[in-house]
Design a binder for this molecule. Sequence first.
Ligand SMILES: NC(=O)c1ccc[n+]([C@@H]2O[C@H](COP(=O)([O-])OP(=O)(O)OC[C@H]3O[C@@H](n4cnc5c(N)ncnc54)[C@H](O)[C@@H]3O)[C@@H](O)[C@H]2O)c1
Length: 349
Amino acid sequence: MPQKLGVGIIGAGPVTQAIHLPALARLAERFEVREIMDADAGVAEAVARRAGARATGSVEALLANPDVDVVAICSPHRFHAEQTIAACRAGKKAVLCEKPLTLSVAEAEAVAEVQRETGVPVIVGTMHTFDAAWKWARESWGETAGSAHAIRSSIILPPNARFEDFATEVVARPADVEADLSDAAVRAQIAHLGLMAVGIHNMPHLRSFLPPGEPVRILDAEGLQPPFGYRVLAQAGECRIDLRCLMYGTWKPSWIFEAYGTDRRLHIDFTPSYVQAGSASASISTPRGTTSNAPTSQNGYVEEWDDLARLALGELPAPDLSVAVEDLRLAMSLADATAEFISKGAGQR
Ligand SMILES: NC(=O)c1ccc[n+]([C@@H]2O[C@H](COP(=O)([O-])OP(=O)(O)OC[C@H]3O[C@@H](n4cnc5c(N)ncnc54)[C@H](O)[C@@H]3O)[C@@H](O)[C@H]2O)c1
């Protein structure tokens, strides 16, 4: 049997506990979790104990561990850049950085520079881009750039804790956010955070359909409710973009991405974050009929770890991180323009 790849995880919060450890449990023949780091020693120890791994409070110690081949960065956003750079400089075999890659385009460019210099493959945890349904959709649609006149993303989810509690008993969880929605600055912040935390997942899909070189203008926008609620209507060239996200105590969750061209429509039902129940379902309709993907049992999270294994073993070429930098640039510019639109009082409630 081939040797297992040793995994080191930086940041042991709900995403590590409820997403990555369950995904890795499905891939136990390929990976072994060997070290878990968290800034909170109690969390690191409790989570590492569950995974049968070593606990540490030091990023340097984890990166110096020769038994750690691949590293997952699951810390809060603001640490992603420095920790991804450190993992590349430590010469690890591959790095998975949770989304967003960084909190600024300059930081993302710095990560891409170090990635090029060190050659260490880095992927970003936008799991839906690894989903077999998205790969099928891209191949089946043909040339995507500039081919849609309308793009719609609608994300309606219960709070993350609902899914986390299905997956595991979470050790330590951030408190719920209170917000004064009568304050435009607060609504602007909610929309910005939502686009960077949830909308970011759609950036690779959105960007692939946008007309090249056309700036994205905000036509209308609003921040809806904490933690992540937004409604954004934008335009790029002739293409209208409608992005919505709501987190309610809701059932049934829904995560839809649609692109409308003159003679075809793409519809994808993605699985919600945290849910690992097979691939998304996608269909492309034309006047001649509808074709659909054949759903697979592998979810985007498992697919991203599968890619990470193949990258670490040299079975796949390192992805060009400038693609992730452009995804981040689009997310940042949309989030900044949306927040500015709302704080100027231009949004309608
Ligand atoms: N792919 C997805 O579906 C998905 C879903 C939700 C969140 N995320 C992303 O996953 C990441 C983690 O999310 P979360 O909800 O677990 O976050 P969180 O903030 O609740 O927990 C992160 C953990 O990191 C620890 N931490 C704080 N500072 C640290 C540091 N400097 N180094 C290492 N650890 C540190 C905290 O103690 C905490 O245990 C975020 O980047 C988030 O955007 C991804």
